[in-house]
Every structure is written in C-alpha cells, then in structure tokens.
Design a protein around this ligand. Sequence first.
Ligand SMILES: Cc1cc2nc3c(=O)[nH]c(=O)nc-3n(C[C@H](O)[C@H](O)[C@H](O)COP(=O)(O)OP(=O)(O)OC[C@H]3O[C@@H](n4cnc5c(N)ncnc54)[C@H](O)[C@@H]3O)c2cc1C
Ligand code: FES
Length: 283
Amino acid sequence: MHSQLSPTPFLPTRAVIRSIIPMSTDNYLFQFRIDEPGDLVNCAPGQFVQLWIPGAGEAPISVCSGEIDGVLELCVRKTGRVTDALFNLNEGDWVGIRGPYGTGFPVDEYRGKDLVLIAGGLGIAPVRSLLQYVLNHREEFGKLTLIYGMRHSQQLLFRQELKVLLRRQDMHVYIAAEEVVGPDLPSVSWQLGRVTDMIKLAEIDEGFLSAICGPPVMYKFVVAELLKKGLKDNNIWLSLERHMKCAVGKCGHCFVGGTFTCREGPVFRMDTLRFLPEVIECS
Ligand SMILES: Cc1cc2nc3c(=O)[nH]c(=O)nc-3n(C[C@H](O)[C@H](O)[C@H](O)COP(=O)(O)OP(=O)(O)OC[C@H]3O[C@@H](n4cnc5c(N)ncnc54)[C@H](O)[C@@H]3O)c2cc1C
Ligand code: FES
C-alpha cells in the first residue's frame, strides 16, 4: 500500500479546482481534478502532498480522500501565506500538487482487525482518508469505531457525512465537543467532553488497533487512555505534524530526534516514538 517517491519528486502536477465546499468559517474542502495523477493513484491513507500556489509557495497538506481516482480532496484551514492564497482562488483555477509523501497508516496491518480511529479538530482530514478506505473495503476489517472531538460544536467538519455515518449499523461514532451551542444543531448526537472521555465510553479492548491525528497536546492523554483500555504501544499509530519545506528529506526543516518526519513520518507507531521524547511528550 505504501507508494514509492516519484522519480521527479520536486515536479508538481497541475490540479484544477473542481469544487470548493465550505466546512466551517475557516476550513474548506477543495476538490481537484488531476489529469495526470502519476504516483498519486497509489496514495496511502495518511500520506500528504505539497500544495503549490504560484507566487505564494508550498505547504504540506494531508490527503483527505480514501482512494484517488482523478479527483483529490484536501481539507484546508486558512492560516497563512499559502492557504490564504488558496482561499482566494475560484473553481476552474489551477494549483500544483506534488507527492504523495511520507508514511501512511498501516492499512495492511489493520486488515482483519478491530479499529478505533481518533481525530481532534483538523486531524479529521487524514483520518477521513483512512475511514473512507476502510468503508470502501468494509468486509476486510473488524469492528470500527470513530471518535472525533473539537473544542466547539461549530468547528465540526464533514457534518453531512457524519450524519450518514451515525446511522450505519456496522460502526460506532462518537462526536464530542467541549462546548455545544447554536440553534442550528444538526441531528448529530453530540457528547459533551473531550476525545479522552469518548475513549472511556467506547467499547474498545486490547484487541483493537488505533489511528490518531490531532493537535500535539492531545496525544499524551489519548495514548494514556488507550493504554488503560489494554492497547499496547505497538497497536497505536499517530500522525504528527512538523514544519516541513521540501518533504523529501533534503532541507532538514522537519528533522527531530534524528528523524526526518517528512520521510519516516508523519505516521509513527507509538513504540518508536518512546525513543523520540522531543516529538511528543511521553508519559
Ligand atoms: C504532514 C502535514 C500534514 C498537514 N495537513 C494539513 C491539512 O490537511 N490541512 C491544513 O489546513 N493544514 C495541514 N497541515 C498544516 C499546514 O501545512 C501548515 O498550517 C502550513 O504552515 C500552512 O501554510 P501557510 O503558508 O498557509 O501558512 P504559514 O504562512 O506557514 O503560517 C502558518 C502559521 O504559522 C505562523 N507563522 C508563519 N510564519 C511564522 C514565523 N516566522 N514565526 C512564527 N509563526 C509563524 C502563522 O501565523 C500561522 O499561524 C499539515 C502539515 C503537515 C506537516
Ligand atoms: S521537510 Fe525537508 S527534510 Fe523533511
């Protein structure tokens, strides 16, 4: 499932914006049509691409779609130079995309096992690519639980998709916010609290494997709860974001604890991170 680097890793391919779907005030889902996807067709859930906006620069963005068949989806937060420039574009405009890069989630290890996917905030973007993959091959996986948390209910992304998921009989979905407000609440079964509270509630045992992506502050607490449920370090995978520039192990921007996170990450297994205390705070 893991793809090889393109023989021309610095060369972006042209991607035309097919549609722009607002998800919240500062998070939009961009769907791109890519006529020459190259290695992108072999993209594994959890990998990322380098998004290039001419005149603005490049930024790493997680692939958000399960399998890429001419259309690539990226869920982007407007946060700085490159993402601001993307938000100024319209349908029909083009950008450059190179990749995919990094390690993805270990789909082959997950196959046949019970799975808990845990996302905090925008961490839902790479988790969604794995979720879509699992749902497209549902009979190949065991029990499936999705836990998705955010600070405020208005930050919920993929609202319509989650409503559909909540009705499925073959998975459990927990959606948690620390603050739930608003007259326009959809028929989403909100839980008040954090993802860690949802892990306590969920029927997860030592047989589960996990995939986690969220803000760095979340990891220590999520891992601690999973360990209490009986999971071992080698059943826990986390996707980590570091500052990146080249994405191919050349510039050193992402180098931490002797590791190029652009090449050896962003997805790491927890037992390997125990030896990289600078990457996340391990208890
Ligand atoms: C593997 C990976 C996957 C990612 N996936 C996604 C994704 O799916 N969606 C998404 O939206 N983002 C994602 N990101 C994050 C995204 O790459 C960063 O937010 C990126 O910096 C955006 O680029 P920008 O040019 O728009 O913002 P920048 O201009 O780089 O600004 C980003 C933030 O850094 C601050 N900043 C900029 N320059 C400085 C400085 N000199 N000193 C201090 N602060 C500064 C800005 O104020 C802003 O808050 C991912 C990152 C990685 C590494
Ligand atoms: S981003 Fe350049 S070495 Fe990793």
